[in-house]
Design a protein around this ligand. Structure first.
Ligand SMILES: Nc1ncnc2c1ncn2[C@@H]1O[C@H](COP(=O)(O)OP(=O)(O)OP(=O)(O)O)[C@@H](O)[C@H]1O
Length: 238
């Protein structure tokens, strides 16, 4: 479903002519299969968000190839990437990333608008989705009028409204209390079992990692793969 081949990534910082190169990812070879829940763990600064941003096309690798759902995405133009994202990817973030000037309904509706879906169908889909995540009664509320857990549910509704086959999540439970965290994790497990949705989750949280079929560890920008095998971890370095 997601394939990364010999990915290297470096950032250039500083003024033009005086740039300094920061190498962040080195020789990443990895695959995520359809229907897997994969957790990416590693210390702060090890390159987890960079890896996820590469999968989502928000940044391009310095070298190497990325395939998502069979498509060599590294060669897509910005416009093609945007369409590809709408068709294949959903996103969850720690900070929810809701638009403050839009109601819960409008935030959840956004991907449908971008996809050009008509008003009647949008209304039906959004209300079904808000119902499913338990915030239908807050459809007319702005993010500032919602609790953290409610905002997260609206954000999840927006992530899932186009029924994406792959969801990329960066610390999705980072701002949630333990009740809301458990509910989100069980929703992820249900989606995975019922619809076969593939999840890649960056996390520092053991409870989140515990729902993953496989955990990938990044250390200083390199993969240190840890496969769960009946409770024992077997490490495989690249
Ligand atoms: N846009 C950028 N420009 C320059 N350096 C960057 C940029 N984004 C990330 N970095 C650097 O790349 C390294 C990896 O960052 P990244 O955010 O991928 O780590 P992370 O493992 O997700 O960390 P955390 O757990 O703290 O979120 C860090 O040293 C960071 O400073």
């Amino acid at each position: 479903m997601i394939e990364m081949n010999r990915i290297n990534h470096q950032f250039a910082i500083g003024k033009k002519g005086k740039e300094r190169v920061i190498p962040v990812l080195h020789d990443i070879d990895m695959q995520v299969k359809q229907g897997e829940i994969v957790a990416i763990v590693g210390r702060s600064g090890s390159g987890k968000s960079t890896l996820l941003n590469l999968m989502s096309g928000y940044i391009r690798p310095t070298s190497g190839e990325i395939r998502v759902a069979g498509q060599a995405v590294t060669s897509l133009s910005e416009g093609e990437w945007a369409n590809f994202r709408l068709a294949h990817l959903g996103f969850m973030f720690q900070s929810f990333q809701l638009i403050p000037s839009m109601t819960a309904f409008e935030n959840a509706e956004l991907p449908l608008v971008l996809k050009g879906i008509g008003l009647a169908q949008r209304k039906k889909k959004v209300m079904e989705m808000l119902e499913q995540v338990g915030v239908a009664e807050y459809a007319g509320h702005y993010p500032g009028e919602l609790s953290g857990g409610q905002q997260q549910r609206v954000s999840v509704a927006r992530s899932l409204i186009l029924n994406p086959p792959i969801v990329l999540a960066d610390e999705p439970t980072g701002s949630l209390d333990s009740d809301n965290e458990s509910q989100l994790l069980s929703m992820i497990q249900h989606l995975n079992q019922d619809r076969g949705t593939t999840f890649v989750l960056i996390t520092h949280d053991e409870q989140v990692a515990s729902i993953a079929h496989r955990t990938i560890t990044l250390k200083d920008g390199r993969l240190l793969n840890a496969y769960a095998t009946g409770g024992t971890l077997v490490y495989e370095t690249h």
